[in-house]
Design a protein around this ligand. Structure first.
Ligand SMILES: *Cc1c(COP(=O)(O)O)cnc(C)c1O
Length: 366
């Protein structure tokens, strides 16, 4: 599909992603900033994103699952490539073969990685792992009970090189939430029970919580992709994505004419309706029905009626220049992922990871 015939064009600015990584790196002088490229780099394309960051000097990457790591190993050949969601039983050999770093969050995972390590001993260095400590998320990570066992029986960690111990903040985007300090203190206490190793604490928002939340390795995802890590303040990150959708049809309707499924919007004045090539199958959330907007020529155009699977309707009565073939911007400098998220009742992360696969994608490097 070429840009000429595409229903929609998603432009991804790799240069802005690299610029964002540099902004975050300056904000985190204690240690490097790893790039979190899970979920296909939050929907933007793990391979081109990881390759661009690698070329800029980034040498630490995180994905969620083994298959995501295998998909980008070739573009980050000698970087640390860590798998956040743990070591699924049976995956040990692939981790070893591709020099992947598992994030271990249970005694069972530690035992299996140690067994795998012993099986391939003969190699000079013990295989590396990251130890994940649960300090308040109750999702993955070593519990207090498991930490006590490890403290009593340190030989459970014998054949493993602990590259980092890490924990994950629950509410880092809310700087006044007391949980941040509580988690940081629990993390320090947990680290004191384990063999000495560098620490990894902050996610994107954690980098902005100040010096107490710095560590040997930050792990940034959302902010790289332009989501505001400081939601109560202006966005320090550069805009990364622009989504332009084609107007397929424009029609004039009378007062009282309903638009779209379930007739949820009815024209209160003689209106011009533009139907655009975008729907919830493209990750444009149905909850944006009669709430979202697009931009035409720098001015907002209200979304009217239901978002349907492949189509969305906009009221262009006040925009006579809108004609079939025109482009409307539904994400970009006027309308950030955070703006769309606010209208959709979600967060910028979900807006990005929902982006569909029918767009013509263009990667910019300037
Ligand atoms: C996704 C994730 C991150 C990145 O978080 P952002 O808020 O996107 O920066 C960091 N650490 C862990 C454990 C994660 O799951």
């Amino acid at each position: 599909m070429t840009a000429e015939t595409a229903p929609a064009i998603l432009e991804i600015d790799l240069g802005a992603i690299v610029a964002n990584w540099r902004i975050l790196s300056r904000r985190h002088p204690a240690g490097p900033v790893a790039a979190v490229v899970k979920a296909d780099a939050y929907g933007l394309g793990a391979e081109p994103v990881a390759a661009a960051l690698y070329a800029a000097g980034c040498r630490h990457f995180f994905v969620a699952y083994l298959n995501e790591a295998l998909a980008i190993r070739a573009v980050v050949p000698d970087a640390m490539l860590a798998v956040l969601c743990g070591l699924i039983s049976g995956a040990e050999d692939s981790f070893a073969a591709y020099n992947l770093t598992p994030v271990l969050g249970s005694l069972d995972e530690i035992r299996r990685w140690q067994d795998a390590a012993r099986a391939i001993s003969g190699s000079s260095k013990p295989p590396a792992a990251i130890l994940h400590i649960d300090t308040g998320m109750a999702r993955l990570g070593l519990s207090q009970y498991e930490l006590e066992i490890l403290a009593r029986e340190p030989d459970r960690l014998d054949s493993i090189a602990i590259r980092y111990t890490m924990t994950h903040l629950v509410s880092a985007e809310m700087p006044t939430d007391g949980l941040n300090r509580l988690q940081r203190d629990r993390f320090s206490a947990a680290r004191a029970m384990l063999p000495p190793a560098p620490a990894s604490l902050a996610n994107s928002s954690g980098i902005f919580l100040g010096p107490d939340f710095r560590s040997d390795l930050a792990r940034a995802g959302a902010a790289l992709y332009g989501v505001n890590p400081t939601p109560d303040r202006p966005n320090p990150m550069r805009s990364v994505v622009r989504l332009s959708v084609r107007v397929l049809a424009v029609r004039d309707i009378q007062v009282g004419t309903p638009v779209g499924y379930n007739a949820t919007w009815i024209a209160a004045r003689p209106s011009r309706i533009a139907t655009a090539a975008l729907g919830y199958a493209d990750g444009f959330h149905r909850s944006l029905s009669s709430r979202g907007a697009a931009y035409f020529d720098g001015t907002p155009v209200p979304l009217v009626g239901r978002v349907s699977m492949d189509l969305t309707t906009f009221d262009v009565t006040d925009h006579p220049a809108v004609q079939p073939g025109c482009w409307l911007e539904v994400l970009g400098t006027h309308l950030s992922p955070d703006d769309v998220a606010a209208a959709a009742g979600t967060n910028g992360y979900e807006v990005l990871t929902s982006l569909g696969h029918r767009f013509h994608r263009v990667y910019r490097t300037a």
